[in-house]
Design a protein around this ligand. Sequence first.
Ligand code: DX5
Ligand code: ZN
Length: 216
Amino acid sequence: MMPIIAPSLLSANFLNLEAECNMLNESQADWYHLDVMDGRFVPNISFGPMIVEFFRKATTKVCDVHLMIEEPEKYAEQFKNAGADILSVHIEACRHLHRNIQQIKSLGMKAGVAVNPHTPVAALSDILHDIDLVCLMSVNPGFGGQKFIPYTLEKIKQLRKMVDERGLNVHIEIDGGVTMENAASIVAAGADVLVAGNTVFKSSDPIKTITKLKEL
Ligand code: DX5
Ligand code: ZN
């Protein structure tokens, strides 16, 4: 099965977002991966619902919004109104994760849970049947262009086993440091969604890079 490719716009040229979106729209990219950072949960600030709304207007592709923020329940509705299709919250930022997930679903979005490199996949055990996607961080969130943490491959295998044994339909998305070199092994381990920031946007031919990632 070919993986879903979700380029991370964090690495796009923000002086020319329209051209970047046109490029993605022409490409085989399946989703837009939109990284929201608050400067509290992660040591960086990116963009909020206003920018997501512009991306929404620029594409018919799935808008996959990755919230790296504290108190995501305060903003879920704004992201729905901005046009998010999938909304992921961090397990480490949610004291009442189950409630957060119910909120996202009741707003009519697909719900994802993102986990930092130190969080065991076992922590997802009792929420897995309630969600549509797990975003496994393969770097510490906050910045594009970091190096893939190899132990993630082990976590992908564990999670794939959990998902399949229970007959669930949960996407396993890998976020951070995905390259041409490691993408095949990530998919072989059981992931079905590849986020790629630098690999796509810093390549000399992003459209071709996306095709290659998809067909690896
Ligand atoms: C990191 C973000 C990622 C990031 C990926 O905090 O969640 O989505 O943009 O960028 P690359 O692919 O360059 O590691
Ligand atoms: Zn992300």
